[in-house]
Design a binder for this molecule. Structure first.
Ligand SMILES: Nc1c(NC[C@H](O)[C@H](O)[C@H](O)CO)[nH]c(=O)[nH]c1=O
Ligand SMILES: CC(=O)[C@@H](O)COP(=O)(O)O
Length: 238
């Protein structure tokens, strides 16, 4: 077994990944990423990463072996993937549009329910209401840049009317959330419905097509975990 130790300057870890309420704070010790690579690693082997700085007691995170891509997993290629099982301690901002509130409240309920089921603590969730989906991106970027959250979940419901207004709001919401993530370096998740009518929207807010708020919360947890547990050790500038 060959062991490689990679030392990282603690100053290189972006502030956004050391939320102010996190139990671990940067110390003068260098981060150490140890990769224990068996000579002939079996297909099912997981690579583990340790960081005493970032995780404290939660310092050992095996890379998840994805169910769907097992045929792509080889001994030589390292796969990094966020996990849904290590959500305790992750902090989430949720931006919710009031427009079509009958729908967005249900999406938010689904999201909060999912956070709870995956052990995200209520005190680690901040919900910010905005007038409509058009306003989501700006607030998401602000929250992302605050350094207080591991991911931002954006919730809205754009429902087609008689004019082209729908396209403007739907496209702006999507590009706003995308920009927020790119500009802040914090995952911003798109939980905004874009529907032709209210029936379509209600079906996706806890009706027969599931709850997209809940699905988006899962995406938020996975992305937060990917960044916090894996990428932060590799990518200084993310
Ligand atoms: N029509 C919908 C809107 N419109 C409002 C805009 O989002 C925005 O608040 C207004 O243009 C002021 O900037 N918002 C939705 O979330 N859903 C809609 O269907
Ligand atoms: C999506 C919407 O924007 C909607 O409220 C606007 O309706 P309309 O196109 O009939 O003005």
């Amino acid at each position: 077994m060959a062991t490689f130790t990679l030392s990282l300057d603690p100053c290189s870890v972006p502030q956004c990944f050391s939320p102010s309420s996190s139990p671990s704070t940067p110390s003068s010790l260098a981060h150490q990423l140890r990769l224990d690579l068996p000579g002939d690693r079996p297909k099912s082997a997981a690579v583990s990463f340790s960081s005493s700085l970032l995780q404290g007691a939660r310092s050992h995170f095996p890379v998840q072996e994805g169910k769907s891509c097992s045929s792509l997993r080889t001994a030589a290629v390292r796969h990094l993937e966020g996990s849904l099982t290590n959500a305790r301690g992750l902090r989430f901002g949720v931006v919710v549009a009031r427009f079509n509130e009958v729908v967005t409240k249900l999406l938010l309920e689904g999201a909060l329910d999912t956070f709870r089921k995956y052990s995200v603590q209520e005190e680690d969730i901040e919900v910010v209401w905005v007038p409509g989906s058009f306003e989501i991106g700006l607030v998401a970027e602000k929250l992302g840049k605050s350094g207080k959250f591991h991911a931002i979940l954006c919730i809205g419901a754009v429902i087609r009317g008689d004019t082209s207004h729908y396209d403007a709001v739907a496209n702006s919401a999507a590009s706003g959330v995308l920009s927020a993530g790119l500009n802040s370096g914090v995952p911003c998740i798109f939980g905004v419905l874009t529907c032709d009518d209210m029936d379509q929207a209600l079906n996706r807010a806890g009706g027969k097509s599931g709850n997209k708020g809940s699905e988006a919360a899962l995406t938020a947890i996975e992305m937060a975990s990917l960044f916090q547990h894996h990428l932060v050790l590799f990518c200084k500038d993310i």
